[in-house]
Design a protein around this ligand. Structure first.
Ligand SMILES: NC(=O)C1=CN([C@@H]2O[C@H](COP(=O)(O)OP(=O)(O)OC[C@H]3O[C@@H](n4cnc5c(N)ncnc54)[C@H](O)[C@@H]3O)[C@@H](O)[C@H]2O)C=CC1
Ligand code: BAL
Length: 490
């Protein structure tokens, strides 16, 4: 982005922030009934605000308001183009307040302001706008009946949705959930991660200002047991859309099984391979993609390429180029636009990451590193969720694909090769929701995102496929025979 401010200017904006600190329920800010908790700038350790946490009674209230809004059809029964207009207005409001949101996101999460300005806020807007623009252009279907009947296969909004979010992309994951859920007409209750509540609260306020009716988008700050679990177990929540760890994802399946069999969609962890065959061309390009994929957001990314599986014949040349590129990635104060890597989310997470790399000084600022490991090493198996690239050397391209699949995860992967046939075969053979060839990425907002195996369950984020997540399919079958004649109409 061309209009970045200076470090000093960003610090001044951060000082001037006045973030929301209470739940957003039924169109207004309201103190929660749970314990207060601090939200901290992880880069400085300074408190940003005391958040008024929610508990089961707030969950009950928000669910009742969400249900009331849904059944009254304030939003769910609007013409799709009217919902579109409101969501486009929300995008305009986010754009108008983009700098405030970028700074708020940076200080709450430790993400570099460079990314917040260039990626997180613009992608949030793009995502909500994409779903808003799509929703009045999608047709339902009719079935292949005989002349005596017509069957209509229609999508209906699923109802009351709980969106449970992680801390690594607070705004973007908010958009990935509320963009499609609101576009199709659901009422949404957001539970942000307890480390990063601020931008979700601010966006809920802007959504209300844009015209999203009260009760349709509500935000309940609090921790997992106080807010996530009561939402997961609530008898009147129709679905949970979750992004976070596989272990917590499992809990939502349990909550559902033990309550109302609510639909559960899980987008969980990954141990994503970047596979480099012996014929990979342009190792500079490969190195650029691998560094970006492994270290963006300090590796706190479910689709981070945390395993480099490289053929022995190209390893030395590639590692040399990777090390060279890493020198361009400066780690430091997230509010300094010169830095590409900020800090990890908190001291506990930093201690976990440092434990893997034998770092004794447990600082939230962890310098990216490359470690050579065997395929069975814990660093080749665990989702470290930090700036650690584990390199596994293989003797053949077939072995590379076999190692790529040797994981309980299956979110994303990439293959680097000059041979199109090998590339397509590998893309087919690797069990992952997204496989990229000669590049690394998640696709974009128009393509489905989610995982095989223990990386995901129940649906996909992004693209029109996300609309499947937040809708039920209904068949309406109409008999066309004339009841008097017992004959066909017409
Ligand atoms: N796939 C992804 O994008 C993410 C993966 N992770 C992975 O998870 C590890 C742990 O990070 P956490 O923040 O602890 O992730 P988490 O999965 O525990 O947290 C995600 C969300 O679930 C909620 N939650 C936590 N415990 C809950 C419970 N018992 N019932 C209901 N809701 C609950 C949290 O409050 C948060 O909103 C990370 O080190 C990383 O490996 C973390 C965040 C995002
Ligand atoms: N990379 C987007 C999903 C996530 O990391 O949570």
């Amino acid at each position: 982005m061309s209009d970045l401010l200076t470090h000093g200017e960003y610090k001044a904006l951060a000082e001037a922030l006045d973030p929301p600190t209470t739940a957003f329920i039924d169109g207004k800010f309201k103190a929660g009934s749970g314990a207060k908790f601090p939200t901290v700038n992880p880069a400085t350790g300074e408190g940003l605000a005391e958040i008024s946490g929610c508990d089961t009674s707030d969950v009950d209230l928000a669910v009742a308001k969400a249900r009331e809004a849904f059944e009254q059809g304030r939003w769910s029964k609007l013409h799709p183009s009217d919902r579109k207009d409101v969501l486009i207005r929300l995008c305009k409001l986010i754009t108008r307040n983009r700098r405030e949101l970028a700074v708020m996101e940076s200080v709450d999460s430790g993400k570099p302001i460079l990314d917040c300005e260039a990626v997180d806020v613009p992608e949030t807007i793009h995502c909500i706008k994409w779903h808003a623009e799509a929703i009045d252009k999608i047709y339902d279907q009719t079935g292949p009946t005989g002349d005596d009947a017509i069957s209509m296969i229609v999508r209906e909004p699923i109802g009351v949705v709980a969106a449970v979010l992680p801390w690594n992309f607070p705004l973007m994951m908010l958009a990935w959930k509320i963009g499609p859920a609101l576009a199709v007409g659901c009422s949404v209750i957001v539970k942000p991660a307890e480390q990063t509540s601020l931008t979700a609260l601010r966006v809920a306020e802007l959504a209300y200002e844009a015209g999203v009716p009260r009760g349709v988008l509500q935000v309940l700050p609090g921790d997992g047991p106080s807010v996530g679990e009561p939402l997961g177990r609530h008898m009147d929540v129709d679905m949970v859309s979750f992004t976070g760890s596989t272990d917590t994802g499992r809990l939502f399946l349990k909550y559902s099984a033990e309550s109302n069999l609510k639909k559960v969609v899980l987008e969980c962890g990954g141990k994503n391979p970047a596979v480099v065959f012996d014929d990979a061309e342009n190792l500079d390009n490969v190195a650029e993609h691998v560094v970006n994929a492994a270290f963006w957001n300090a590796g706190q990314n479910c689709s981070a390429a945390s395993r480099l599986i490289v053929h022995k014949d190209v390893k030395a040349g590639l590692l040399e180029r990777i090390e060279a590129r890493m020198r361009d990635w400066k780690t430091g104060d997230p509010l300094d636009p010169a830095n590409h890597i900020g800090c990890l989310i908190d001291g506990d997470h930093a201690a976990k990451v440092c434990g893997y790399i034998g770092e004794t000084e447990k600082n939230v600022f962890v310098t990216p590193c490359v470690v050579e490991v065997d395929r069975d090493d814990v660093k080749a198996r665990d989702e470290i969720f930090g700036p650690v690239l584990s390199v596994i050397t293989v003797a053949s391209n077939d072995e590379a694909v076999e190692v790529a699949n040797d994981t309980s995860y299956g979110l994303a992967a990439s293959v680097f090769t000059a041979n199109t046939r090998w590339a397509i075969r590998a893309a087919r053979d690797i069990k992952a929701g997204t496989v990229t060839v000669n590049c690394y990425g998640e696709g974009d907002i128009s393509t489905p995102f989610g995982g095989y195996k223990q990386s995901g369950f129940g649906g996909r984020d992004n693209g029109v496929h996300a609309h499947d997540q937040f809708t039920e399919l209904k068949t309406i079958w109409i008999d066309l025979t004339d009841p008097k004649e017992g004959d066909h109409v017409g």
